[in-house]
Design a protein around this ligand. Structure first.
Ligand code: CIR
Length: 259
């Protein structure tokens, strides 16, 4: 019986820095409102707590505008953590900043030493850990990361999502241990094996980044067709307001490391 990939007891988050107004974005829909971003982040911590996680909150890093997206500089598993090398120049230093938090919590902390890889490109399923190549994750990084994952006992599969997707998990997420929610483009590419694939309804692709945690689905509000579709399939869906987070090309998974 493969281990669950949607059952968690702990999370690490990092409070947004005021410098988040300078966070990376592919399309400038305006800078996020910092107070509203902080409220969205506080609500996110609250809901993670409500679904059963112990949430450790790290302090903001003004030198790193995107550091609230703590998913990208590291991977965490019950067996240990892996420090990554984020592929955007302004984010590479985030890995060193999170090292001590990982050392404090994990008996084993491995480090990627070559190439680049963002945690947003890494999707763990019950059977494998998928690594998506992207503008942030290159083949050298993905290959080296596969070796580190093998050291922790995980089978890595490197996939190439269609161009234009920021991160693999921007466009697909585990709803539960058997079900992947994916944009039509990702579903058509047939990248992820052994899961039932639910396609995001037309016009709601941004709903594809969600979190299935301990039997509950946490998703962004404003995507009524997707939430209705998941509810009709029997999922307990809870929605959060993440409009400011989305101005920085991010979603629900990006703001935590979960194990
Ligand atoms: C970035 O471009 O790196 C940030 N503005 C957004 C990171 C989103 N993270 C994620 O999808 N895991």
């Amino acid at each position: 019986m493969p281990a669950s990939a949607t059952t968690f007891t702990h999370a690490i988050v990092r409070r947004p820095a005021a410098s988040a107004i300078h966070g990376l974005r592919s399309v400038d829909r305006g800078a996020p409102d910092i107070d509203a971003l902080r409220r969205e982040h506080a609500a996110y911590i609250d809901i993670l707590t409500r679904v059963g996680l112990t949430v450790d909150v790290l302090g903001p890093l003004e030198a790193f505008p995107d550091s609230v997206f703590v998913e990208d500089p590291a991977l965490v598993f019950p067996e240990g953590a892996i420090l990554l090398r984020p592929g955007a120049a302004s984010r590479l230093g985030e890995a060193a900043e999170i090292r001590s938090a990982l050392d404090d919590r994990f008996g084993r902390v491995l480090a990627l030493e070559e190439g680049f890889a963002d945690g947003g490109d890494v999707l763990r399923t019950p059977d494998a850990v998928y690594i998506g190549l992207s503008a942030r994750t290159d083949e050298v990084g993905a290959t080296a990361l596969s070796g580190l994952l093998a050291t922790l006992g995980y089978r890595a599969v490197i996939v190439r999502p269609p161009d234009g997707v920021l991160h693999l998990k921007t466009a697909c997420s585990l709803v539960d241990d058997r079900t992947l929610l994916a944009t039509r483009e990702i579903a058509d590419a047939g990248l992820i094996a052994d899961l039932d694939v639910v396609i995001v309804p037309d016009g709601e692709d941004l709903a594809a980044n969600l979190l299935g945690i301990n039997g509950v689905v946490l998703m962004a509000d404003g995507f009524p067709q997707t939430s209705a579709l998941l509810a009709a399939r029997g999922h307990e869906v809870r929605t959060l307001t993440v409009g400011e987070v989305m101005k920085l090309d991010a979603g629900l998974s990006c703001m935590s490391l979960r194990w």
